[in-house]
Unconditional design. Structure first.
Length: 644
């Protein structure tokens, strides 16, 4: 099957690493390799100026010269067009002779040398001067790889791994890249982050050693290219007559693809200009494309890779806030074309549950990579792929109770109630969507089993005096994250397909909020306050509780009548009606307490509940869960896509 990539997402393929927002630094900062973290041109220009100033204060400071050179080099690399802000050779010429025998000077000479074997003399000298400096181990691996000295390269790969140079998320990404290719394949890679971690996984950890990883930039070096091709039984390639690097790249690709007697894959980090030359013969299989001059069933291959081989847990949670996060977010964007293809397949084949399970991962990758808008446009355009809907849910009821949070973002004033969710389940029955009904059903709860032993003999009139948790006006609980998403998708379909003239908006999307959106709604414009009512305490000035928590450790409310004076009274043993207590300044009820609320990230809830102490009801706090629970519900947010 031919690869299918929506035109809308053409810009996502081979997107460059994200530039971290780091402007206006007042002090010089150590310049990390751009493969670890990429900042803006303005940042590097500022840092170059700051480090240049340091060299004028003390021109015998080798560290200042190295950071000055690196900042200037990266500013040049990220400058668009032909103009280069810094003359790197001139900077090298300004370094005092007294520093020529330092590690920093030799490393600078290596970085500034032409891209050929002669540059390694400076690298080896730098290593001789300071063998403990780990920042050149990548380049030492390259040196030994170009000479076919795999045993020596392995030594430095293991040192890199032991030094923690490769975050777990980056190794997981490269594991999935290896999982994207067939046994004994040739895999052509492009940069540092899709090459060195692969070699670590293979050489240091013994993972997929059958795959032959060839870096396209190293293939430009005659010694590396000749040894690598000979090892694979591919005729030698002479690039001396090529006019430029692009022509040389394409010649190398063509000769390998046509001369290899094994499958050839291209990492999807490869520059677009290279990919386009073979676009009709490249088939997406995950994080790589397979070269196939004739038709290749890549969809079945991709589906098997995703469902049975890929490591995906790290995509279901927030990325670690470390120095590689901005680059990793850019690399993770490479998942989206494959995820979109799978999503289309799942929707077309009626595997709606699989499509729904994939969407949170897609959204997190898109959000972290700065492509949230494009993804939401795609998902919105595929809302019609939900089953044809005949609904008793009125658009007027969906418009009612919405409160504006910010811009085109709204939230319902209460969590979804039992009555609202029951109407959704009845819709599923009416539309014979029995697969969804099985997924979305709410499990029975024995509420009395949650009572403390000393209260188990209380009559129902006391236990449920402020309404039963199963009351239609109480929030629905004990459903899965997937069920909550399906509810949102369903009412989106109901709303957008409605022909009612009085509906407030032409096209919307109902969904679970991000954590930041949920906190924005809960704070209601207030800053640095722990609770939605803007205070630091859980009682009002009369001593009455302001929300529904587990307050068994608190003193009873003196002004609140209790049938049992040995327990506090905050309104209920369990969840109470969804519009109980006072709303916050935006008109949202129970953003703290009553039931905890799911967000778009599976396994994370916000706001605390009747089952939890007030601490978990603080806006900034979060709790985790592994399965549906009697104290976890959800609140629906709405995004206006097209107004009237």
């Amino acid at each position: 099957m031919k690869k299918i990539i929506p035109a809308l997402f053409a810009l996502l393929l081979f997107a460059p690493s994200l530039l971290a927002a780091r402007q206006g630094a007042a002090l010089p900062e150590r310049i990390l390799p751009i493969s670890k973290v990429a900042y803006s041109v303005a940042y590097y220009a500022e840092q170059a100026n700051l480090w240049q100033l340091e060299t004028t204060k003390n021109n015998l400071n080798p560290d200042a010269w190295l950071n000055y050179f690196r900042a200037a080099r990266y500013a040049n690399m990220l400058t668009r067009g032909d103009g280069q802000a810094y003359n790197l050779t001139a900077i090298v010429g300004q370094i005092p002779d007294a520093l020529t025998q330092t590690f920093e000077y030799q490393f600078i000479r290596f970085l500034n040398a032409p891209w050929d074997e002669s540059r390694f003399q400076f690298l080896l000298k730098a290593h001789e001067i300071a063998p403990q400096r780990t920042e050149i181990y990548h380049d030492l691996v390259t040196y030994h790889e170009t000479r076919g000295e795999q045993a020596q390269a392995l030594i430095y790969l293991e040192k890199l791994f032991e030094a923690g140079e490769f975050p777990a998320e980056l190794l997981a990404w490269n594991y999935n890249l290896l999982a994207s290719v067939e046994p004994d394949a040739i895999l052509l890679t492009h940069g540092d982050n899709d090459t060195y971690p692969l070699w670590v996984l293979q050489s240091a950890k013994g993972i997929r050693k059958d795959v032959n990883v060839l870096n396209i930039n190293l293939l430009m070096m005659d010694e590396y290219r000749d040894k690598a091709l000979k090892r694979l039984g591919i005729p030698a390639i002479d690039i001396r007559n090529c006019l430029d690097s692009k022509e040389a790249f394409l010649l190398i690709f063509k000769e390998i693809m046509t001369g290899a007697k094994r499958p050839v894959y291209v990492a999807n980090t490869m520059p677009e200009q290279v990919r386009q030359a073979f676009g009709d013969s490249l088939y997406l299989t995950g994080l790589a494309f397979r070269y196939a001059p004739t038709a290749f069933d890549n969809l079945g291959f991709l589906k098997n890779n995703f469902e049975n081989k890929f490591l995906l847990d790290y995509l279901r949670v927030d990325f670690s806030p470390d120095s590689v996060s901005s680059v990793l977010a850019g690399m993770n964007l490479q998942y989206l074309p494959a995820f979109i293809m799978l999503h289309q397949h799942y929707m077309a084949s009626g595997e709606k549950n699989k499509a729904a399970n994939l969407e949170p991962i897609m959204r997190r990758v898109a959000k972290e990579g700065g492509r949230k808008g494009e993804l939401e446009a795609y998902l919105s355009s595929h809302a019609q792929d939900l089953p044809a809907v005949s609904s008793a849910i009125s658009v007027r009821s969906l418009d009612k109770g919405l409160k504006k949070i910010s811009g085109n973002l709204y939230a319902f004033d209460t969590e979804v109630t039992n009555g609202q969710y029951e109407a959704f389940l009845m819709d599923l029955v009416k539309n014979k969507a029995f697969d969804l009904l099985e997924t979305c059903k709410s499990l029975h709860i024995d509420w009395r089993s949650f009572l403390p032993e000393k209260h188990k003999n209380l009559p129902d009139s006391e236990v449920f005096k402020h309404a039963h948790p199963d009351d239609p006006a109480a929030p629905v609980v004990n459903i899965s994250h997937e069920a909550a998403q399906q509810y949102c998708d369903w009412i989106t379909k109901v709303y957008n397909s409605s022909t009612e003239k009085k509906k407030a908006h032409r096209k919307v999307r109902f969904r679970l909020p991000t954590e930041a959106e949920w906190e924005l709604a809960a704070r209601a414009g207030r800053k640095d306050v722990p609770y939605p009512w803007g205070g630091y305490f859980i009682r009002n000035n009369k001593g009455c509780f302001l929300a529904n928590y587990d307050v068994s450790g608190e003193a009873p409310c003196k002004d609140c009548p209790n049938a049992n004076t040995d327990r506090p009274d905050d309104g209920g043993f369990f969840s109470v009606k969804a519009d109980s207590y006072f709303p916050n300044d935006l008109g949202l009820y129970n953003t703290s307490g009553n039931v905890a609320e799911m967000i778009d990230q599976p396994g994370v809830s916000k706001g605390g509940s009747w089952f939890e102490t007030p601490f978990f009801g603080q806006i900034a706090n979060r709790n985790t869960y592994t399965k549906p629970a009697p104290f976890i519900g959800f609140r629906v947010f709405m995004e206006v896509l097209e107004g009237n």
